[in-house]
Structure formats: C-alpha cells, structure tokens
Ligand binder design. Structure first.
Ligand code: SF4
Ligand code: SF4
Length: 207
C-alpha cells in the first residue's frame, strides 16, 4: 500500500513539474478545483495524494529528524486560525491579478512548494498543513463534511497511540477520557498512514 501511495504521489509531482515548466499552471489550478468537488465525496484526497507540497514535505520531515532540527512547538501567531485564510486570499488575489490583469506568470505555486519544504525542515508537518497552507483551507472546510471518511472502530481500538504518532496532521488523537482514537476529518488527508500503523486494524474508510 505504501509503495502504491508513493508511486501515485510521484506521478502527480511529475505532472505538476511538467505543467509548471511548460507554463500551464492554470491546468494544475483546474485540477485543484476539481479536487474540491472530489472532497465532498472522498475527503481530502488531493492533499494526501496529489499535492506536490505534501509529497516533498515527507522527505523534508525525514531530513529534519535526521539533522535533529525539528521543533515540537508551533509559533503562537500561526495558531490563531485565520492565518491560512489570509494566505489563501493573498494567493488567489496574486493569481487573478498576475494572470488576468498583468498577463504575467508569477511562480506562485513553486514559491509555496519551497515555503512548505522550509517550514517542514523546522516544524512538524502539521504546522504547514493545518495553519499555513492556502490550498488546505478550502479542503479542510469541505473535508469536514465528506461522505466517505476514515473512522475508528471503537471496539477494536486499544488506545496504543501508534496512529496518533504516525499522523502527519494530528488529525487522529487518542481521547484521555476513554483511551480510544478519534479522527478529525477536517484535518485528515486520507493518507492511510494511521491504518498502516494500527496493530488492531481498527481504522477503516467508509460512510
Ligand atoms: S488520520 Fe490517518 S489518514 Fe488521516 S491524515 Fe492522519 S494518518 Fe493520514
Ligand atoms: S493504532 Fe489502532 S489500536 Fe492503536 S490507538 Fe490507533 S486506532 Fe487504536
């Protein structure tokens, strides 16, 4: 499963780079638009499989751990909640003005790609995913109401927290009250990492 997911991510990364190099960024933005409709049914599959930032953040996190430069803290100003919406508005405004008015092709997506890697070299990936990414804002809003989502079978869960440790967005946490895992689908990228980590096969994707 892990290999299959990695191949899909690399294929989308190659497509992204091809579209950027050939000046067809609008096609990637169209794909992002379609992914928002997908999110209504399947959750944030764009974030987990297609997003080039997520794909590059995985080796960035690995490197950060190896170099022991990863901080466990999240800067306070980021946790206010509105920051990613501000980035979203600025990003959309820049795209509209540069493409529609000035007829310039600003490298807005590659810039975000670089930002995501640098942020993840210093902080845990959830910091970029949950508090910074402008493209995650709409995905989070829609993903919360997805028809298909990842759920924990309470009767099978033993509260071992292996899923919690593996999750890149802190979408799954084990409750202190009942020692059972719970998933926040607004934050869930549908990446399957928790399902792979669970020793009890307690995490499933469905209605
Ligand atoms: S809850 Fe599971 S599927 Fe969702 S982001 Fe976390 S590890 Fe991935
Ligand atoms: S890894 Fe599985 S058993 Fe362990 S806390 Fe998570 S859902 Fe429960």
């Amino acid at each position: 499963m892990k290999v299959f997911v990695t191949i899909i991510r690399l294929l989308f990364l190659a497509l992204f780079l091809f579209l950027i190099v050939t000046g067809k960024m609008f096609l990637w933005l169209a794909l992002y638009g379609v992914s928002l409709i997908f999110a209504i049914f399947f959750g944030r599959v764009y974030c987990g499989y297609a997003c080039p930032m997520n794909t590059l953040m995985i080796p960035a996190q690995w490197l950060s751990k190896k170099l022991k430069i990863q901080s466990n803290n999240t800067p306070n100003w980021l946790t206010k909640g509105a920051v990613s919406w501000v980035f979203f508005i600025i990003t959309i405004a820049l795209i509209i003005i540069s493409q529609g008015v000035l007829h310039l092709s600003l490298p807005i997506l590659p810039i975000w790609l670089v930002v995501s890697v640098f942020v993840t070299l210093r902080y845990k990936p959830e910091v970029f995913h949950n508090f910074i990414c402008p493209f995650g804002t709409l995905q989070r809003t829609i993903g919360r109401f997805a028809i298909l989502k990842r759920k924990v079978a309470i009767s099978s869960c033993i509260g071992c927290k292996l899923c919690e440790k593996a999750c890149p967005t802190s979408a799954i946490v084990v409750s202190l009250d009942n020692c059972k895992a719970f998933i926040n689908n607004a934050l869930c990228l549908q990446c399957t990492t928790c399902s792979q980590a669970c020793p009890k096969n307690a995490i499933h994707y469905g209605k």
